[in-house]
Write a new protein. Structure first.
Length: 439
């Protein structure tokens, strides 16, 4: 067997306060379970890492190389930083971190190098299998640098971190922050039920810069009750002045059962019209592109070289492992998730019923995998590369989906340009109609 890149997602489901729009698997008032929960998160990481190593050695699976780590929630930044450090140390102990693409670029024989990295062995430059590795590379750390740093992201909410906590994050290897801002208008933040102000955000952002974080994402939300185009323009102008490396911009979707949904049903709030929400989106897109950001996915913008490795891997249908309550995984064409609640997740481990933590969702066949590849790929602004599809599946998507593509092209939702199938500007506004063709 060989090697394959994966991402690891670790779910921290604890929150100080549930936002008015949130329907994620996150919980308040359960701080007493944090230590116990982290114990079993580390156990699950060990179990998965050792299991993959055994499968690799016995020829049942490729050895996974961790290209990205994403610690999300919930609010990961509300738990003590020592637990974040322990999680990352556990990952480093039981997995190899790196990027296979960089191995191939450096003409390094994968299997021999990976075995030595996994065992934390030093490199003997006389070994013919890795003789083309640069001279004087004799330590695992040197080789890891040659492979390329794993992207390690943690979600941070303003008002839940201080300088000491951010320093601990940097010390344990986190190299990317994703800060949940949503708006620079305090009135709108209050509408959303956020616990922070714009000033809190600025304090967090500036402290992170002072400490030395060089890769920061900022979240911006559109279509919020009582939000105006002028509010959005003010927010995006303020964000651009700060010059973060990455900006994610999402339209608010109210899910049934959330407080904001209930207020909407009771006519206590109103949402911007679809037309206004689309104007907000195009205002943000125009301003960010004028400021030098690349629009690389329907909701994401980045400076060159700062596109999210973790999210791109998902949109490229690469594999990932989810750790913790409610975390989702995709490995070997199987999609599955863990038990939803903190209590159930912990209890299943403590009672020896850990198999009950796994909830099976789907075993893909070739047809469903190809459809999903199209759906995910059409989230990217560059779209689906026809040659990539042919290389992966041995099929031509132009022929395979000729009826769907003919319809979408005629409706001006998709264009075929050389080697790519991608959304038009109108397709960006009506992307759900495009994706429905491949469900």
């Amino acid at each position: 067997m060989g090697t394959k890149n994966i991402g690891i997602y670790v779910h921290i489901p604890f929150c100080k306060k549930k936002c008015e729009y949130c329907d994620f698997k996150s919980y308040t008032g359960k701080e007493s379970l944090i230590e116990q929960y982290i114990k079993w998160v580390k156990y699950e990481l060990q179990e998965v890492g050792e299991g993959n190593r055994k499968d690799y050695e016995e020829g049942r699976d490729d050895l996974v190389i961790v290209k990205s780590i994403y610690i999300g929630g919930g609010t990961p930044s509300i738990i003590p930083s020592k637990y974040i450090s322990e999680i990352l140390e556990t990952i480093k102990q039981y997995f190899v971190l790196g990027d296979i693409d960089n191995l191939e670029k450096n003409n390094i024989m994968n299997d021999e190098l990976i075995k030595q990295l996994f065992n934390h062995q030093s490199i003997d430059n006389t070994n013919n299998n890795i003789a083309n590795l640069a001279n004087n590379i004799k330590t695992t750390e040197d080789v890891a640098n040659k492979i390329g740093n794993t992207e390690i992201t943690i979600e941070v909410n303003p008002g839940t971190v201080d300088e000491a906590k951010l320093k601990e994050y940097k010390k344990c290897g986190i190299n990317r922050l994703s800060i949940g801002l949503q708006s620079t208008n305090d009135r709108i933040l209050k509408t959303l039920g956020r616990i922070h102000t714009y000033t809190d955000f600025l304090n967090t952002y500036n402290t992170a810069r002072k400490i030395g974080f060089e890769n920061i994402n900022v979240d911006l939300m559109l279509g919020i009750p009582n939000q105006t185009i002028e509010d959005v323009e003010e927010s995006i102008n303020n964000i651009i002045k700060l010059s973060p490396e990455h900006i994610s911009t999402y339209s608010l979707i109210l899910e049934e059962g959330t407080p904001l949904y209930n207020k909407l049903e009771a006519n206590e709030i109103t949402l911007p019209s679809d037309e206004i929400e689309r104007k907000m989106y195009w205002l943000v897109k125009t301003k960010l592109e004028e400021a030098g950001y690349t629009h690389y996915e329907i909701s994401n913008f980045a400076k060159k070289g700062y596109e999210s490795k973790h999210n791109l891997a998902c949109w490229n249908q690469e594999e990932y492992i989810g750790i913790g309550a409610a975390a989702h995984s995709y490995t070997n064409t199987v999609r599955y998730s863990n038990a939803d609640t903190i209590e159930e997740y912990i209890n299943n481990y403590e009672t020896g019923n850990e198999v009950d933590n796994i909830i099976f969702h789907e075993k893909q066949n070739k047809t469903s995998k190809m459809q999903e590849f199209m759906l995910l790929g059409l989230r990217k602004i560059d779209g689906v590369h026809i040659q990539d599809f042919k290389n992966k599946f041995g099929e031509n998507p132009i022929f395979l989906y000729r009826k769907e593509l003919e319809k979408l092209v005629n409706e001006n939702l998709v264009e075929i340009d050389g080697d790519t199938i991608k959304l038009t500007n109108q397709g960006l506004d009506l992307a759900n109609l495009v994706w429905e063709e491949f469900v």
